[in-house]
Design a protein around this ligand. Structure first.
Ligand code: HEM
Length: 480
């Protein structure tokens, strides 16, 4: 097993900084490449690596393809980046398969879209409290002008925690439970959930036993010899080593529509709300109870002993989806052992391991009700916007994020279904003739079909970023 160079890997790959509650994401545009490289050179010493767990504050940084161009990276090097990163999130054919159409179309986005200012750099700032975050942000922002950069947008976050201090998202569910374990780190877990480092970090073997495609630089361009030689005896220098790709999508959540819809479809015959049926249907859509308990382990009610449970599979314990529906958000975004050709076997798990995501998102906006209680969320008059800054890390955007989004989340025919996209976040269809607005709850003697699901999530912005290793950041700051 390869030893991970933790001091060269940006910290966000290895940890979500759950001890640092305050965070903001700053989107920047490069105006003057030489000044920005100078700025980056100073900043590179402050970038948090994976070696140490920051106690108070930390910074990570990532670049779009347009950003690398604007920084002045030579064409030969730019050409070595993978196509999906070069094309970005908003190419027209991409929008079709990512489900970014209608209200989600990139021309309507607040940032990163086809009609908005280009985003070049993402600065990710984390702190133990808002005061430290503001101080850090102000010190950095004070250097933007001399650094030849302009701020496009500052995306705030809001920490949602339950009474036990566990992280929740705005619909009211526990978040950040189902994560893969990176092989080679101190944290250990079951072999089925332990994934080769090369799936998330460039320069290490992946689940195919290969090195994931990595950007390279010719030796003469790396004048200060900051980068290691490429794999397999290549004379090129490896710009990707210890780096990765980061997918960012700002997803606005229609919290009250979600609970109102569920309330409507679960009402008793006399029109009264049925809070139990409402909660159960919501849990069926997610695949976990609000406290995190997985339905496949506890289909009838939550169980506080199981709220962090992540060691489970589907095929043997729930082959027909009677406990956790096939279309539930977690069963489609990580089907575990349910995939063809041989569900329930190591072969199925091996296929699944090539499509895992490391999630590092943060919520934004004030909750509809701080209690996150569904009844209170229904009764409150809410204003403002709220949602999830969805962030995921993968070494191969196309095989991991794009595949999950297209082949699983938005696939109406996923796992033998017919017109069901993901009930929580799925694209509901292209036009009036074709809609994927059904949620099927497998049951015996007959399944239940919930029709007419509206969209509960709207895309507000997004981009693909390259998350370089620390030495690669120094290289980006040094070439000319
Ligand atoms: C506003 C948008 C979203 C919400 C509210 C949401 C909510 C949730 C919740 C409540 C869970 C279960 C708790 C956990 O395991 O952390 C979960 C898990 C997960 N979500 Fe999402 N999610 C959103 C967007 C997405 C997107 C865009 C993707 C990928 C394309 C995604 C992929 C996943 C994955 C891979 C898991 C873990 C599944 C597992 O390992 O069992 N989510 N999400």
């Amino acid at each position: 097993m390869a030893t991970l160079k933790l001091q060269d890997i940006q910290g966000i790959i290895v940890r979500g900084y759950s001890n640092l509650d305050a965070a903001c994401f700053v989107l920047l545009r490069i105006r003057d490449a030489a000044a920005t490289r100078q700025w980056l050179s100073t900043l590179s010493d402050q970038i948090q690596n994976s070696q140490d767990r920051p106690a108070e504050t930390c910074i990570n940084i990532a670049f779009t393809f347009e950003g690398l161009k604007a920084l002045g990276l030579d064409q030969q090097t730019l050409d070595t980046f993978p196509t999906e990163f070069k094309e970005g999130m908003t190419a027209p054919y991409k929008s079709r398969f990512l489900g970014d159409q209608g209200d989600n179309a990139p021309n309507l986005w607040d940032w990163g879209g086809t009609d908005s200012a280009p985003v070049h750099i993402l600065l990710m700032l984390y702190a133990m409290d808002e005061v430290r975050l503001t101080t850090m942000y102000e010190a950095l922002a004070g250097a933007f002008a001399t650094g030849g950069i302009e701020q496009i947008r500052k995306l705030e976050t809001f920490t949602l925690k339950d009474e036990r201090g566990a992280s929740r998202e705005h619909f009211g569910f526990r978040d950040a439970i189902g994560q893969p374990i990176i092989e080679g780190l101190s944290r250990v877990g079951s072999p089925d959930n332990t994934i080769k480092a090369g799936e998330f970090i460039l320069g290490y073997p992946n689940e195919y036993g290969l090195f994931t495609e990595t950007p390279t630089v010719s030796a003469q361009h790396d004048r200060h010899n900051l980068l290691p030689n490429g794999q397999n005896g290549s004379r090129e220098h490896d710009l990707g080593r210890n780096g990765s790709y980061l997918v960012f999508r700002q997803l606005s959540q229609k919290v009250q529509e979600f609970w109102r819809f569920l309330d409507g479809v679960t009402q008793k015959t006399d029109g009264a709300s049925d809070s139990e049926a409402r909660l159960k249907l919501a849990a069926k859509m997610v695949g976990r109870w609000p406290d995190g308990t997985p339905l496949v382990e506890a289909p009838d009610q939550d169980n506080s002993d199981m709220e962090d449970q992540n060691e489970f599979a589907y095929h043997h314990s729930d082959p027909y989806g009677f406990k956790c529906p096939f279309g539930a958000h977690i069963r489609r975004s990580n089907p575990r052992d349910s995939l063809d050709p041989q569900p329930g076997t190591q072969r199925s798990i091996a296929v699944n391991k090539t499509h895992r995501l490391l999630r590092r998102g943060r919520s934004y906006g004030k909750p509809v009700s701080p209690s996150l209680n569904p009844q209170e969320m229904l009764n409150t008059e809410a204003s403002g916007e709220r949602g999830l800054h969805f962030i995921c890390i993968s070494a191969n955007i196309s095989r991991q994020f794009e595949f999950v989004q297209q082949a699983w989340v938005n696939n109406p025919k996923f796992n033998g279904l017919y017109s069901d996209a993901d009930p929580l976040i799925g694209d509901r269809g292209r036009n009036e003739e074709v809609s994927f607005d059904r949620f099927t709850v497998q049951a015996t003697p007959v399944r239940q079909c919930v029709n007419g699901l509206p969209s509960f999530v709207q895309v507000r912005g997004g981009a693909y970023f390259f998350l370089p290793g620390i030495n690669a950041i120094r290289f980006l700051a040094s070439f000319s």
